[in-house]
Design a protein around this ligand. Structure first.
Ligand SMILES: Cc1cc2nc3c(=O)[nH]c(=O)nc-3n(C[C@H](O)[C@H](O)[C@H](O)COP(=O)(O)OP(=O)(O)OC[C@H]3O[C@@H](n4cnc5c(N)ncnc54)[C@H](O)[C@@H]3O)c2cc1C
Length: 458
C-alpha cells in the first residue's frame, strides 16, 4: 500500500491522468501469459522519458518496487509485480521516431507493437527480422528486455542482434544513452548488450535504435508432414546441412498439429506424427527453385505430403495456425508449463528422445513445437494445477528436462527469459559464482533493488 503523500507526489510529477489506482485497472496489469497474478499498488503510464525519470526518482527515494511492462505477453512471469509497488506500462510511449533508409536503422519508443514496427519499415523497403509468435501484440521494449527470438532467428538472429543503442532511465532517475548508430563500435563495455535481455532489472528502456536489413524480394513457404518425429528431425538436419539457408525451420509434433488442425491447409491435415514449416527468402527465381529442392529432400526423407505456399495469403494461413498452437493447447488441459529449452542443433534428436522418456517416466503428456532449426523447442508439460499429485510430477519433469538440456550442452531458455518461473533453476546453468557477479552488476545499476525485484534469482 503506497502512502497518499507518495501518490500525490507522483501525480504532481507526471500528471493525474498517468497515475491509476482503481482496482479494475490494476487487475488488467497484474498478470502475463503465465497466468500468474499479483496485484500492483499503482499503475503508471508515462508519456516521456522525463516522466519515467521523475517516477524513478520518487520510487528510489521511497524504495518502492517498479516493474516495467510492455504488453504482458511474457512466458516467464517477468512483468508480474511480485513485491507489489508500481507497474510502469510503456504503452503510451509508442512512437516510431525515425526510419533511416541510408544507414539502415530506426529509432523507436519501447511501447511500439512489433508488428506495427515491421509494417512501417517494410513500407520503406526495409526489413526487421525478429518475429516472436506474439508479434501481433508484444512490444519492442518487451522484446529487447527478454532478448526475444522467433522463427527467423535461424537465418537472421534474434532481437539481441538488432539492438544498436538504447536510451535508459536508471533507478536513480538519470537518463543515459548506450551504443551508436554505426555498424561497429568498441567504445568500452557493451552496455547495450548487457541491458538487452536483462528483463527490466537494470533500467527502463525509453528509446531504442534498431538495425534494419533490406526487404527480401520474395518469401516462399512449405509445410511437410512426416510419419514419425525422427524422420522430421532428420529432414531438418538434412536441410541444415545442404547449401540452402532457410529463413524459417519450424517443428510441430502430433498434438501441436491436432490442436490447430482446422486452421491448417487441407494438404497437411493428414495424421502425421510431426510437421515442419520451411521458409526461404531472397531473389524470386532462386527461392522458387530452392523450395523444390527442399520438397525433394522432405519426400526422400519419408514425408507423407509437402505443400508449397507461394502467395502471401496462403502463407498467412499457415502462420495463423502456427501462432495459434500455444493458446490452443489449453484445449487439452487447464494448465501448461511452457519451457523453451535450446540445444546445439545437432542434439535435437537427442532432446526429442529425452522429452519422450521424461513424459513416459512421469506419466505426463508433453507437447513440443518451435524453432527447431535453432535447436529451440517449446516444451509444454500439460497438467492440472488442481491435481496435486500430477502437478508435482510436472514440476519434477521440468527439472529433469533442464538436466537433460544442460547435459546436451544447451540452455534452459532460448528466448522467453528467466523471470520468476525459471529463477530457481538459473544456478543449474550458470553456477553460483556467475550469479554473484550478476548480483554485483545489479547493485551498480540499482543499489536499492527497486527495478523488477524478485526476478532472475531468488
Ligand atoms: C502466444 C505467444 C507466443 C509467443 N512466442 C514467442 C516467440 O516466438 N519468441 C519469443 O521470444 N517469445 C515469445 N513469446 C513470449 C513474449 O511474447 C515475449 O517474451 C515478448 O518479448 C514479451 O513482450 P511484452 O511486450 O509482452 O513484454 P512484457 O511481458 O510486458 O515484459 C517482459 C519483460 O520485459 C520487461 N520490459 C518491458 N518493457 C520494458 C522497458 N521499456 N524497459 C525495461 N524493461 C521492460 C518487463 O519488465 C519484463 O521483465 C510468446 C508469448 C505468447 C503469449
Amino acid at each position: 500500500m503506497l502512502k497518499d503523500e507518495v501518490i500525490d507526489n507522483l501525480q504532481k510529477a507526471v500528471g493525474r491522468e498517468s497515475v491509476i489506482t482503481d482496482k479494475e485497472s490494476l487487475l488488467c496489469y497484474s498478470y502475463d501469459a503465465t497466468r500468474i497474478e499479483v496485484l500492483p499498488d499503482l499503475l503508471l503510464r508515462p508519456k516521456t522519458s522525463e516522466d519515467v525519470a521523475a517516477v524513478l526518482k520518487i520510487a528510489n527515494k521511497e524504495k518502492i518496487p517498479v516493474v516495467p511492462r510492455g504488453a504482458g505477453s511474457g512466458l516467464a512471469g517477468a512483468s508480474i509485480p511480485v513485491n507489489g509497488g508500481i507497474v510502469m506500462s510503456m504503452q503510451f510511449m509508442d512512437r516510431i521516431i525515425e526510419i533511416n533508409k541510408d544507414d539502415f536503422y530506426a529509432v523507436v519508443e519501447p511501447g511500439v507493437i512489433t508488428r506495427d514496427f515491421q509494417r512501417a519499415v517494410e513500407a520503406e523497403g526495409l526489413f526487421y527480422p525478429p518475429d516472436p509468435s506474439s508479434v501481433n501484440f508484444c512490444t519492442i521494449g518487451g522484446n529487447i528486455s527478454t532478448g526475444a527470438g522467433g522463427a527467423r532467428g535461424i537465418k537472421y538472429g534474434t532481437t539481441k542482434d538488432y539492438v544498436m543503442g538504447l536510451e535508459i532511465v536508471l533507478a536513480s532517475g538519470e537518463i543515459i544513452s548506450t551504443g551508436t548508430k554505426t555498424t561497429r563500435s568498441v567504445a568500452g563495455y557493451d552496455l547495450t548488450r548487457l541491458i538487452t535481455g536483462s528483463e527490466g532489472t537494470l533500467g527502463v528502456i525509453t528509446k531504442a535504435t534498431l538495425r534494419l536489413v533490406p526487404l527480401p524480394e520474395k518469401i516462399v513457404t512449405a509445410a511437410a508432414v512426416f510419419p514419425s518425429l525422427y524422420s522430421a528431425v532428420s529432414a531438418i538436419d538434412n536441410i541444415l546441412k545442404s547449401s540452402i539457408k532457410p529463413l524459417v525451420l519450424e517443428f510441430m509434433d502430433r498434438e501441436s498439429i491436432r490442436v490447430v488442425k482446422e486452421l491448417l491447409p487441407i494438404g497437411v491435415r493428414e495424421n502425421g506424427e510431426a510437421m515442419i514449416i520451411i521458409e526461404l527468402d531472397g531473389v524470386q527465381e532462386i527461392v522458387e527453385r530452392e523450395i523444390l529442392d527442399v520438397k525433394d529432400m522432405c519426400l526422400k526423407g519419408g514425408a507423407i505430403n509437402v505443400e508449397i505456399a507461394r502467395a502471401a495469403n496462403e502463407r498467412e494461413i499457415l502462420w495463423k495456425a502456427r501462432r495459434a498452437i500455444s493458446p490452443a493447447l489449453y484445449k487439452i488441459n487447464p494448465t501448461k508449463i511452457n519451457e523453451d529449452v535450446v540445444v546445439p542443433r545437432s542434439k535435437l534428436s537427442d532432446l526429442v528422445h529425452d522429452i519422450r522418456e521424461i513424459a513416459s517416466h512421469y506419466n505426463l503428456q508433453i507437447v513440443s513445437f518451435g524453432h527447431a532449426g535453432d535447436g529451440n523447442l517449446h516444451v509444454n508439460i500439460m497438467t492440472n494445477d488442481k491435481d496435486k499429485d500430477e502437478y508435482n510430477r510436472a514440476q519434477e519433469a521440468v527439472k529433469s528436462l533442464f538436466e537433460a538440456t544442460l547435459r546436451l550442452g544447451g540452455s534452459i531458455s532460448g528466448e522467453h527469459g528467466i523471470g520468476m518461473t525459471k529463477a530457481p533453476y538459473l544456478p543449474m546453468e550458470v553456477g553460483d559464482r556467475v550469479i554473484s557477479i550478476m548480483k554485483d552488476i545489479k547493485r551498480v545499476f540499482d543499489p536499492n533493488n527497486i527495478l523488477n525485484p524478485g526476478k532472475l534469482w531468488r
